[in-house]
Design a protein around this ligand. Sequence first.
Ligand SMILES: C[S@@+](CC[C@H](N)C(=O)[O-])C[C@H]1O[C@@H](n2cnc3c(N)ncnc32)[C@H](O)[C@@H]1O
Length: 339
Amino acid sequence: MAPPSIATIQDFRALLAAYRLPRIVLTALELDLFTALAARTCSAERLAQTLDASERGLEILCRNLATCGLLKKRGDVYRNSAFAATQLNANHPHYRGAYLEILKNQWADWSHLTDTVRSGRPVDHEAPETADYRRQFTWAMHHRSVDVAARAAREIDLRQAGSLLDLGGGPGTYAMAFLARHPKLKATVCDRPAALEVAKEIAATHKVRKRLSFLALNFMEEDLPGQYDVVWYSNVLHIYSPDENHVLFRRILSALPPGGRLITQDAFLHDREGLYPEEASLFAVSMLLFTERGNTYSLRDTARWLKEAGYVKIKPIKMKRGTEDWDGGLLEAFRPTRR
Ligand SMILES: C[S@@+](CC[C@H](N)C(=O)[O-])C[C@H]1O[C@@H](n2cnc3c(N)ncnc32)[C@H](O)[C@@H]1O
């Protein structure tokens, strides 16, 4: 894949102006416009009264929300798209509120990028992590992954496995999706205590809860107790440095029986120069803003670290296009079987 050609000031302006639609959508979220519209049709004038905002502002905002497909326009009235009426509507059971909060905050966080590039430190490096923050983040992870976890569970073959460790599993969304798919499987979610509180709340509403257990542990500092046929390591690799992941891969190996399997899900880079998919390069910027040592890594480097840590049969798992969390984002590796 070649980078886009920026040859004129117009090309350059178009590149920079990409912030406009995201900013419009963020304003709609901040006004809670999609909740106000819910399932009704409404003119900009009536919506302005409901939201206590200007009619002119809402007319221009709604017109643009219609051009990007979040609203439908007919004459002078607007209604939500099917997506906006459910997932962006605070009164709907499919509302993604916790994840939307994180997305909203990113505008302010990303405005600190220049400072972060200068200092190399994350935006809130002095703020200690609180249990409240961890709870909110964990709910956000659930709202982010609930669909994709169900798809992963349909496509990743775990029929041979009796036990699974969801390492850094947060809300346990993946563990529960795997359990729902495999009635004989048992799973353990390992994370920080505040994250596990959320996982327990979600599990309490889930049929699979009897086969799910919880392990509060800092896996960067402590060994993993017990053995598991499969370790699922999803969206954690990018939080840590290559050296930290190297140590962790060795630690995970000791928690696998001979022939046991580690599956890593992450925003892997695929090309020789480490630029694409573009989403994986952009995600590295989030790691710069929010973590001390995180980054995104190439599939090739990650496979090499796994090999150096003693794994064999290291290869990507292919999922149907469009069903994955990340494009080409799954890598499996096995503990060697005894000879
Ligand atoms: C980005 S979330 C990913 C959650 C889930 N695995 C997913 O794919 O949606 C990373 C999770 O790893 C957990 N985590 C990171 N470092 C950890 C550590 N050293 N010990 C325990 N949990 C950790 C975080 O608390 C968080 O829940």
